[in-house]
Write a protein that binds this ligand. Sequence first.
Ligand code: SF4
Length: 183
Amino acid sequence: MLLHACCAPCSTSVIERLRSEFHLTTYFYNPNIHPREEYELRTRQMKEYTQKVEVEFIEPEYEQERWFALTQNMEMVPEGGERCRACYRLRLETTADYGARRGYDYFATTLSVSPHKNAQKINQIGRKASQKYRIKYLETDFKKREGFKRSVELSKSQGLFRQDYCGCIYSRREREKRKKTDA
Ligand code: SF4
């Protein structure tokens, strides 16, 4: 299985759950992450974690310009709306495309482990990508059955840093705003 991985903390419980059933390769395609230093930090952490748990890791190109072009004029769309759907679509379609070309049987994503993300929307996009690229998609809601809680426990025990914004420049701005309001 080619597993789209959004970050190391979210991947912990997903890898734990899937590895008994699938031979996993993680695919770190996340051009949404901003700025570059944050991208590098999350990539490094993901790479180190996969080495530790002995799971393959692939880092494709960091296509930040592609992500910005796709989400143009969506700056003000609130989190969870159309901008996020476009962001999921880009990441899932790129994973499905790569997986199909390399002969993987399945693809999936860690995204649904987050309590802030709607698994139905993610799975809808995954199903469409599955049809488009002709590769099976594993429908999931990894936050269920204590999946998110388990990811927090594992991240703590492994000393993984958990970021406090989703990833893109707009979610980062939202985080800054929240901090100011809370201060
Ligand atoms: S908030 Fe998260 S899912 Fe939505 S566009 Fe930004 S990085 Fe992508």
